[in-house]
Design a protein around this ligand. Structure first.
Ligand SMILES: Nc1ncnc2c1ncn2[C@@H]1O[C@H](COP(=O)(O)OP(=O)(O)OP(=O)(O)O)[C@@H](O)[C@H]1O
Length: 481
């Protein structure tokens, strides 16, 4: 930390002021709308600093990731006051619509569908509800079709929890309960959103999706299909509007299991459905590669793929699109294991990228672990300092080791410079707390506010003091409990 250097604090509410609050969880942290600009990366950058100096953002997770997590938290916490939606649907409450467009179509499931975020009254957790409007259960057994789907536990499939019919919306609706992935987007929303205004269409050309991203989607979907097909099921819906992008390049099949339920009496054999999954996956890649969101012109899209992507990708898509034993696909058989074997080198690349991403997240987590350690220490200090009474003793926090802990709190947080101005230095606080946590033998001079008492004490003794006082409080709490 550049202790005494003039530097801009990126976490300050007013970043130009040196003395701003340096914790991003400031008083305005949950101001609406959230002030994301407070988190934009700002100087000074590392090059300005000496090797031993650190800027305050070195102590926290990177701005981009924090913003992403913050947006997810914001989406999760979103409520809808004065909503016309039912107050409860079975044991779910606090419904918030997830649909971002008003166009309702019945093409995917044969019913108008709605998506909501809702809180379960049973466990208090958030779930996504998909409602099929006007669905009537004619065959009681149909609802059992959801059972095998509840056992699918794959990172590339949105987990299914239950399905039930309800009249809470004033009609007869089917509700499908799945995991909720805050702030996720469908692949249609991510890659295929054309501007409906023709004036802007030519200017805002959609960005071509890179080959690496397409392979990553292919590998993740193949992993989902491996889990699904191995359980004797078929995904049945692999379309851009039913694949969720839940974080960077991470996709999950959404809407599985619904067709099994609504068409339970008229389903072809599962082998046929599985073959159809390959066809749908091939079409999905073609749609995204050629940016065709409505009707896919197959020959044109294949031509685009041939010209802009590698022959390996084209071969994989051709394999997916054509039945076995045909001139375009001479393989005698077609199943997910053969497909995975064929794309093994791309699977390895995606796996390696995932390892790198995991390593990065792991080291960020290490940083946060340090912060968590200091927060626990501050929580202990907060519990002890200035406690009005303990066990009927109003002097408790002013006596014994509690007294020098109070002086230490003043030393860390209430220091002033020679002109009486507050010393606002994150480096000083973190250094002191780290030394306290480590129980360093270093001595410090603590002075009372009236300057009548001065005490030379080591961090080691302070650490012992904090543990003794905290344990006393814990014992008191346990006695009361
Ligand atoms: N499990 C989920 N968790 C979080 N958000 C979801 C979930 N399922 C869907 N959503 C969001 O809800 C919105 C609507 O999803 P939906 O699957 O209905 O897509 P759609 O584009 O409206 O498709 P359709 O035209 O077929 O209705 C999308 O923005 C999607 O990101």
């Amino acid at each position: 930390m550049a202790g005494h250097q003039q530097q801009i604090n990126p976490y300050a509410t007013d970043p130009t002021s040196m003395a701003g609050s340096f914790f991003h969880q400031g008083a305005n942290a949950f101001a609406q709308p959230a002030q994301y600009h407070n988190y934009a990366p700002m100087g000074p950058h590392r090059e300005n600093l000496l090797p031993y100096q650190r800027a305050s953002h070195d102590f926290f997770i990177p701005d981009k990731l924090r913003e992403e997590l913050q947006r997810k938290a914001e989406a999760s916490l979103q409520t809808l006051p004065n909503s016309t939606l039912p107050v409860t649907v079975d044991h779910f409450h606090s419904l918030v619509p997830l649909d971002t467009n008003n166009q309702r179509n019945t093409t995917t499931f044969g019913y108008v569908t709605w998506a909501y975020k809702a809180t379960s009254g049973k466990d208090g957790k958030l779930y996504a509800l998909r409602r099929l409007e006007g669905y009537r259960l004619t065959n009681e057994k149909a609802i059992l079709a959801v059972r095998p789907w509840k056992r699918i536990n794959n990172g590339s499939v949105v987990s299914i929890h239950e399905a039930f019919t309800t009249r809470d919306f004033g009609d007869s609706s089917l509700i499908f309960v799945t995991d909720y992935h805050p702030n996720s987007k469908t692949l249609t929303e991510t890659h295929l959103h054309h501007n409906p205004n023709p004036r802007f269409q030519s200017r805002a050309q959609p960005q071509a999706v890179s080959e690496a991203v397409l392979w990553s989607y292919l590998v993740q979907t193949a992993s989902a299909l491996k889990a699904i097909h191995s359980s004797g099921l078929a995904a049945q819906v692999i379309s851009p509007s039913k694949v969720l992008l839940t974080s960077k390049n991470r996709i999950r099949l959404n809407g599985c299991g619904i067709v099994d339920l609504v068409k339970c009496d008229a389903l072809p054999p599962v082998e046929e459905q599985q073959q159809d999954d390959f066809l749908q996956l091939g079409r999905l890649v073609l749609c995204i590669a050629s940016n065709a969101n409505a009707t896919l012109n197959m020959p044109k899209a294949l031509d685009h793929l041939t010209r802009h992507y590698s022959p390996r990708l084209k071969d994989a898509v051709t394999w997916l699109l054509h039945p076995p034993n045909t001139p375009a696909n001479p393989h005698p058989e077609k199943n997910i294991d053969i497909f995975l074997t064929g794309i093994a080198s791309e699977v390895t690349t995606v796996l390696d990228n995932t390892f790198h991403a995991e390593d990065t997240l792991y080291s960020m987590l290490m940083g946060e672990l340090e912060n968590g350690r200091l927060v626990r220490l501050m929580a202990k200090l907060g519990l002890i300092n200035e406690r009005p009474e303990y066990e009927h003793n109003e002097q408790w926090s002013e006596t014994g080791e509690r007294y020098y802990l109070k002086l230490f709190r003043d030393y860390v947080f209430h220091a002033v410079d020679e002109n009486g101005r507050p010393v606002v230095d994150l480096g000083h606080i973190i250094t002191c707390l780290n030394k306290l946590d480590a129980g360093s033998a270093e001595l410090i001079n603590l002075v009372s506010r009236d300057e009548q008492t001065s005490l030379i004490i080591s961090y080691k003794e302070l650490k012992k003091g904090i543990e003794t006082a905290f344990n006393e409080l814990v014992r008191g709490a346990a006695r009361r409990g």
